[in-house]
Design a binder for this molecule. Structure first.
Ligand SMILES: O=C(O)C(=O)C[C@]1(C(=O)O)C=C[C@@H](O)C=C1
Length: 293
């Protein structure tokens, strides 16, 4: 039986690009939403799910974080960073009249990444938020009678036979999205991969309430052990105003001394700590960026 990988579909999404790179030969199953992709792992319909976590321009994909924290406690077993290039595309029948498109469809994150372009070059269009960039391309493909455009990637244009009329409309260069790979168990993914870039451990830390200097003490538990943090972010606990937890990314694999030491120290401060995963990360285009350096 072949391994099944669930992802935010349909074909042609950025998530699909991530899956194609990391799971080239596995069976790929598209889902309409991020929660549905994650649920599929819990139900056992697929072994892995790949979902977006964070974009360099737009920040965190909150639905992914919240769903993992509050709904489905699945370990993160890997991460893949994908370069993101957003293009404007139309049905080939509407190629000549693209300047009169009335609506632009895409995923909210993709639209946000092109905000300046849309504001300055297409200020009067109606922006329509759909479930993914692939879903936007699919809709445009199915509705040649509507003079509309989608924002998405080259794969979507190819899969749905659309014409790219403006390339690279994202507002900032160096646009990348981090995708996480989820599994029911903390399985080890191979580090013998051309895109392997290192290891990371993600912790969820909840501070005790009303404790002056608590965050400072939390950070010092990492600092004096010289643990490098690549991200710290707060998200609402959803239990009331002012109640937050922190997500902390540590640039190393779970070990037997340093990270357990941090956890014990934080617990002694009455913090609660959950390890969301300790996993390898992969970076598409790692070789090219090494050449450019
Ligand atoms: O809609 C897609 O193509 C996705 O894979 C989702 C998503 C996201 O949620 O951020 C992924 C990468 C891009 O940043 C834009 C959209």
């Amino acid at each position: 039986m072949s391994t099944k990988v669930g992802y935010l579909g349909p074909k042609g999404t950025f998530t699909k690009i991530a899956v194609n790179e990391l799971f080239p030969t596995e069976e790929k199953i598209p889902y309409e939403t991020i929660p549905a992709s994650i649920d599929a792992v819990t139900k056992g319909d697929v072994e892995f799910a790949v979902v977006p976590l964070e974009n360099a321009i737009e920040g965190s994909v909150n639905i992914t974080i919240d769903y993992l924290i509050h709904e489905q406690n699945l370990p993160i077993v890997g991460e893949i960073v994908v370069p993101i290039r957003q293009h404007l595309m139309v049905h080939p029948q509407n190629k000549e009249m693209w300047e009169s498109v009335t609506s632009v469809l895409s995923h909210s994150h993709a639209i946000a990444q092109c905000h300046k372009f849309l504001h300055t070059k297409m200020p009067t269009v109606d922006l329509q938020y759909v479930k993914s960039t692939g879903a936007a391309a699919e809709y445009v493909h199915e509705h040649p009678e509507e003079c509309i455009a989608a924002i998405g990637n080259e794969l979507a244009a190819k899969e749905y036979g659309l014409e790219i009329i403006k390339k690279d409309i994202h507002d900032y260069d160096n646009n990348h999205t981090r995708f996480v790979i989820l599994h029911k168990n903390a399985v080890d993914l191979s580090t013998e991969h051309r895109y392997y870039g290192g290891d990371r451990t993600t912790l969820m830390v909840t501070l005790p309430s009303d404790y002056a200097g608590a965050l400072h003490q939390v950070l010092s538990a990492f600092a004096w052990r010289k643990l490098n943090l690549s991200k710290i972010e707060s998200r609402p606990m959803k239990t009331g105003l002012g109640n937050y937890f922190f997500l902390v990314d540590v640039e190393m694999k779970m070990d037997e001394v340093l990270i357990p030491g941090v956890v014990a120290e934080l617990e002694a401060l009455n913090c609660s700590v959950r390890v969301l995963g300790s996993y390898p990360y992969y970076f598409i285009g790692k070789e090219q960026s090494a050449i450019q350096k």
